[in-house]
Design a protein around this ligand. Structure first.
Ligand code: PNW
Length: 496
């Protein structure tokens, strides 16, 4: 019986084991979601500045990241809060257009370098390890105007940019992530219109984006290994995101559909990098070629890697960053009539949420802790004990300080993580809660809150207040296991 079958689908007992020695706890944010200072001190415009200013109606509350949490000015306070909480590492991202206002490296903004140097130094002075995401969705507008990830020159542009980052920060930064969530960038930004640049070209632009992004990742990895690793001695990986996809029945057709969905979502980016044979999953190549031909295309809409490219991309990791939030039920779908290209028709899988699962404020986020354990086992079995950093996991609610639902979420998901580590032997090195702060949640503006720490966005000072969950997380870090009793309260004067 495979390990996956042994994991029951009911809520389990709280795992009382400790987190292993050396296991790191952190929090995560990203530049555009927290920094603000969108046009200050030489920063160039990025894709999200342009998108939110042009189409405020596409953002739930019509807001933008112009000021966000103002972490550009308040980073010292953020670091002090993390210090108080006992946070061991901080995952944040660099704003490409703050460092290179024109996108290209011929013009480096000294204030951008200064800002990240100050942040990195403040972290190190407080014994917090910096983990840098090089790209968390905020493409310089100049490069987006040239097509962003749909232009294969992105490989060169990204390499120029990361070189500047390695040169200036690599003496002190030892953990690098090239890209945050390629599938979200490519599927929601290029295939659909949910995220900027909203190209809405499903089944074409998404695959093109993925293809160029994988090559850009590999070139950044090789640059680091060839030019910087021997001196700087850091590690470099990529962050992928995946739901767990659970089959709705044990019929072969449904089991195969669930597996197909996993391959279209997770393995699309994982297999080329983490599998010894590299390249896209066979099922993707087969399905997309089949439908492309039926639609009248002369070649598959999924671009092909050459032999050299497969070799160049495979193995380009020191670790896997994994973002995980939730689970979906899946079942087999009928072959859809041939009409326009579509990622969903290529995958041919229906998906839905079990209505009994508790929901976060974000409608896509249901609380299903056992799915986390199954996903970790899936990855560990397929990619031979690859070292995993959980780079995001968290829960959204509406504005408030007494966030008991978030505490429940963390308790259950961390218990599932302990099960995966202790009972299944999955090689997990660390865990970052998303997020340190309430922040600009992309198209959901400031409506859905993910922070352990509350930010008052109506106050120009953007004051921060720890929520009950921040106290809970602090206690986990102190004990290095899950606390038995939940008595995490905030001052009742502050309850919304
Ligand atoms: C992540 N989904 O994106 C991002 O890395 C963060 O910037 C973001 O704030 C956070 O999750 C919360 O949304 C996701 O549809 C986007 O499943 C979409 C999904 C999951 C994560």
């Amino acid at each position: 019986m495979s390990i996956l079958c042994k994991i029951s689908n009911v809520e389990g007992k709280l795992n009382e084991n400790s987190f292993p020695p050396g296991f790191l706890f952190g929090t995560a944010t990203s530049a555009h979601q927290i920094e603000g200072a969108w046009n200050l001190n030489g920063k160039g415009e990025n894709l999200w500045d342009r998108f939110t200013h042009t189409y405020p109606e596409r953002i739930l509350d019509g807001s933008n990241g112009d000021t966000a949490c103002d972490s550009y000015h308040k980073y010292k306070e953020d670091v002090a809060i993390m210090k108080e909480m006992g946070i061991q590492f901080y995952r944040f991202s660099l704003s490409w257009s703050r460092i290179l206002p024109a996108g290209f490296s011929y013009k480096i903004n000294p204030d951008g370098i200064r800002y990240y140097n100050d942040l990195i130094n403040a972290l190190l002075e407080n014994n917090i390890i910096p983990m840098i995401t090089l790209f968390h969705w905020d493409m310089p507008q100049t490069l987006q105007d040239l097509g962003g990830f749909s232009n294969e020159l992105i490989v060169n542009w990204f390499e120029e940019y990361v070189k500047v980052a390695f040169e200036h920060f690599g003496d002190r930064v030892k953990l690098w992530i090239t890209f945050n969530e390629p599938i979200t960038i490519c599927m929601y930004g290029y295939g659909r219109d949910t995220l900027a640049p909203a190209y809405n070209s499903s089944g074409i632009s998404d695959y093109l984006c993925g293809h160029n992004l994988l090559k850009a990742h590999a070139s950044a990895y090789h640059l680091y290994k060839n030019k910087y690793e021997s001196k700087q001695k850091g590690k470099i990986g990529i962050t992928l995101v995946s739901h767990w996809f659970e089959s709705s029945s044990t019929f072969q057709t449904d089991l195969q559909a669930a597996q197909r969905k996993r391959e279209f979502v997770f393995d699309w980016f994982a297999k080329p990098i983490f599998h010894p044979n590299g390249d896209y999953p066979e099922i993707m190549k087969k399905r997309i070629a089949f439908r492309s031909e039926a639609e009248g295309f002369t070649q598959s809409r999924l671009p092909q890697f050459s032999r050299e490219e497969i070799e160049y991309i495979k193995g380009t990791y020191d670790y896997l960053g994994l973002n995980h939030y939730t689970t979906l039920m899946t079942s087999d779908a009928e072959e859809d009539a041939i009409s326009d290209p579509s990622f969903d028709k290529d995958a041919r899988v229906k998906s839905y949420y079990n209505p009994e699962w508790p929901s976060a404020a974000s409608p896509w986020l249901k609380v299903v802790p056992w799915g986390f354990r199954k996903l970790l086992n899936y990855i560990s079995n397929r990619y031979k004990d690859v070292p995993i950093f959980i780079t995001e996991n968290g829960f959204s609610d509406h504005e408030g300080l007494n966030d008991q639902e978030r505490i429940d979420y963390y308790e259950q998901y961390l218990s599932a993580l302990l099960d995966a580590i202790h009972e299944d032997g999955v090689n997990v090195k660390g865990y970052a809660a998303w997020s340190l702060l309430d922040n600009f949640e992309w198209k959901d503006g400031y409506v859905h809150r993910f922070g352990l720490v509350h930010v008052n966005f109506t106050d120009p000072e953007r004051p921060r207040t720890k929520k009950a969950s921040a106290q809970y997380y602090t206690e986990i870090l102190r004990l290095r296991r899950l606390p038995k009793k939940k008595s995490f309260q905030i001052d009742s004067n502050f309850i919304w």
